[in-house]
Design a protein around this ligand. Structure first.
Ligand SMILES: [Zn+2]
Length: 170
């Protein structure tokens, strides 16, 4: 699971890095067109033509690549995907989740049943998945869904094996 997380966030980061590299090449080969492109982006955001060009020129003088990466590609330096961090969160959440259902089972009233424990575990998984997605710069809902479905599947498999082996947990 942690490996999968690393791969998916890594590939997102590679895609972002490829966009930035392409932008660097365009800035080197067609600087005039790139300046006009930046100005037209600011114009679309509501500045009038002259002001848009002025803003584009001043931001380009200050940090040309930064302005294009931020305003044309929509990539913030801070939100660049961080694969290792996402992998750590994923690994840590799964390690703790092998313990949580056991603790819930031991400390909750018997009438709650195994279903309530499974449901609460899945809810926590969704939260951790969203957190992992957030820190890794990935879409939160998709990250939460992926982790929750994976966790649910793992639970179903565990329950099925338990039944096959005749081990009763409920
Ligand atoms: Zn550009």
């Amino acid at each position: 699971m942690a490996v999968g997380e690393y791969v998916s966030v890594s590939s997102q980061r590679d895609a972002e890095q490829a966009d930035i590299d392409r932008e660097k090449r365009e800035l080197a080969s067609t600087p005039e067109a790139e300046l006009n492109e930046l100005a037209s982006i600011y114009e679309k955001r509501g500045l009038d033509k002259d002001l848009a060009m002025k803003v584009a020129e001043q931001l380009s003088a200050h940090d040309r690549l930064g302005a294009h990466v931020r305003d044309e590609l929509g990539i913030e330096e801070r939100s660049l995907a961080r694969p290792l961090q996402a992998a750590w969160i994923s690994a840590a959440s799964f390690a703790s989740f092998s313990l949580l259902p056991i603790a819930a089972f031991l400390f909750s009233p018997a009438s709650w049943g195994i279903a309530a424990i499974a449901a609460s575990s899945l809810a926590c998984l969704a939260g951790l998945g969203a957190l992992g997605g957030h820190l890794g710069g990935a879409p939160k809902v998709r990250a939460a869904l992926r982790v929750t479905l994976g966790g649910g599947l793992a639970m179903a498999v565990t329950a099925a094996i338990g039944r096959l082996l005749g081990v009763s947990v409920g």
